[in-house]
Write a protein of this length. Structure first.
Length: 461
């Protein structure tokens, strides 16, 4: 009889949180394995940056790995004086501080190390029907249960990029690559950034710290800019669980009504966000796939801008270049990148509402277009093989895969929830809209740990 074991595919934040919660729920650490090609666990894309000015997007009290102990991260920060040179909050209040993301990665690693789970430095390429995980090296890992914690997959582009542009240093296809900005350094000139969200803000910070003296041009379809987070109290609840709006339009109208009331009273619109957050999960669960698609098509960009804001310390960098007249935000769709007659990259775009395209040369282009959520478009072998075998099926909304949001159990092509295959984090965007936020990933990891541990105990009885 095969020893009961669980293999977590992906060692970023979701994978690390799942391992921590499994051991916390009583699963033997020696029977938990994380498969991750990177040598460092717990960081993923977000927490791999080493820049001390790339901050978490909320106060430390919201980022504890243990929701029942919101001060856990704050105490960890206070007890580690070797904090990579981070001075910490001037008033000593770590609960309200916004620590660097690299430090948060250190915290996750520190907690994961306490569990003693195993790490296989390899890449999973398939989950075989007989209960094994096939690795890129050819090795096979026996597993009674598997957790998909595959994290983010970069969206290379939704536009044409010539091979000659891809191969030159003036095009930065991966804003997180080591030494990505060496070619720009302390230069002047014009930099085009495709995307205007939080990644764009990190890019501006990185370039400013390297002495860049030129201009920034950001391109996004709607021209919305990342917003600054403010500390406010929640607006009084205006939604009721027993009578939630059933359509995206009905929800929008209720939000607009409250938004007008907030504006009339001279209140901060961000109070509305805190009022909405407790209802996100039931709103999404009660919506039809048609309404979910309408939401993602028409309201998603506004939702992301409102819910995923930057902390004030990060926004000071953007405010500075705006005041200096060095930042220009373009509402339009980038259509292609091509070589320029002069050194640089020719960018072609169509401005929002304009039927005609236009082009101009930029000295450098940074692609911050976001991440691919549709599993049918992912290039990696693992999602392709799982889809081909019917072990998973793409969510009809186009985000991630179908799963039971209450347990994380993956739903296969036969329509049944698996007792062997689970998912946490980004693969569940379609099943639970905010599944990729830190708090929701911790909650998702806890649900999977409870479901897996309960099933294990039933089998052992």
């Amino acid at each position: 009889m095969m020893l009961d074991s669980i293999v977590i595919l992906g060692g970023g934040f979701a994978g690390a949180a799942t391992a921590i919660k499994l051991v916390e729920a009583g699963y033997p650490a020696g029977q938990v394995t994380i498969v991750e090609p990177r040598t460092e666990l717990g960081r993923g894309i977000a927490y791999s940056t080493s820049d001390l000015d790339h901050l978490v997007n909320g106060p430390a009290r919201m980022f504890s790995l243990y929701p029942d102990d919101p001060g856990h991260l704050s105490r960890w920060l206070a007890n580690h004086p070797d904090r990579r040179g981070w001075a910490g909050p001037a008033d000593g209040s770590f609960d309200a501080s916004f620590p660097p993301r690299c430090l948060y990665g250190d915290y996750v690693q520190s907690e994961l190390a306490k569990t003693g789970v195993q790490h296989v430095v390899d890449r999973a390429v398939d989950v075989l029907p007989e209960g094994e995980v096939l690795l890129a090296s050819g090795r096979r890992l026996p597993a009674t249960r598997i957790v998909l914690a595959t994290g983010l997959v970069r969206n290379e582009s939704g536009f044409a990029i010539s091979d000659s542009v891809r191969s030159q240093a003036r095009y930065i296809g991966n804003p997180w690559a080591a030494n990505a900005y060496d070619a720009i350094g302390g230069s002047e000139g014009d930099v085009a950034i495709v995307g205007s969200s939080l990644t764009m803000l990190d890019i501006v910070i990185s370039l400013e710290k390297r002495g860049f003296r030129g201009r920034y041009f950001t391109f996004s379809r709607r021209g919305l800019l990342v917003q600054s987070r403010r500390e406010v109290e929640a607006w009084p609840a205006f939604l009721r669980l027993e009578k939630l709006p059933g359509t995206a339009l009905a929800l929008l109208r209720e939000i607009q009504r409250e938004r007008r009331a907030i504006a009339t009273g001279g209140e901060d619109w961000q109070r509305l966000i805190l009022s909405l957050r407790p209802f996100i999960e039931p709103l999404w669960a009660n919506a039809s796939d048609i309404e979910r698609r309408r939401f993602t098509r028409h309201l998603r960009t506004f939702w992301d801008m409102a819910f995923h804001r930057a902390v004030p310390d990060s926004m000071t960098w953007l405010d500075r270049v705006l005041k200096q007249g060095r930042f220009f935000n373009v509402a339009g769709r980038v259509q292609g990148l091509a070589p320029s007659a002069e050194p640089g990259v020719e960018v072609t775009w169509r401005r929002r509402g304009d039927p005609e395209s236009q082009s101009r040369r930029f000295d450098h282009v940074v692609n911050a277009a976001g991440y691919e959520a549709d599993w049918r478009r992912l290039p990696d072998a693992l999602p392709r093989n799982l889809l081909a075998r019917g072990a998973v099926r793409p969510h009809p909304v186009g985000f991630g895969i179908e799963a039971d949001a209450a347990t994380g159990a993956v739903i296969g092509s036969d329509g049944h929830a698996s007792r062997r295959l689970f998912a946490v984090g980004h693969p569940l965007r379609g099943a639970a809209w905010e599944a990729s936020s830190v708090l929701e990933q911790i909650e998702g990891a806890t649900r999977v740990a409870r479901a897996v541990s309960a099933d294990r105990m039933r089998n052992a009885a």
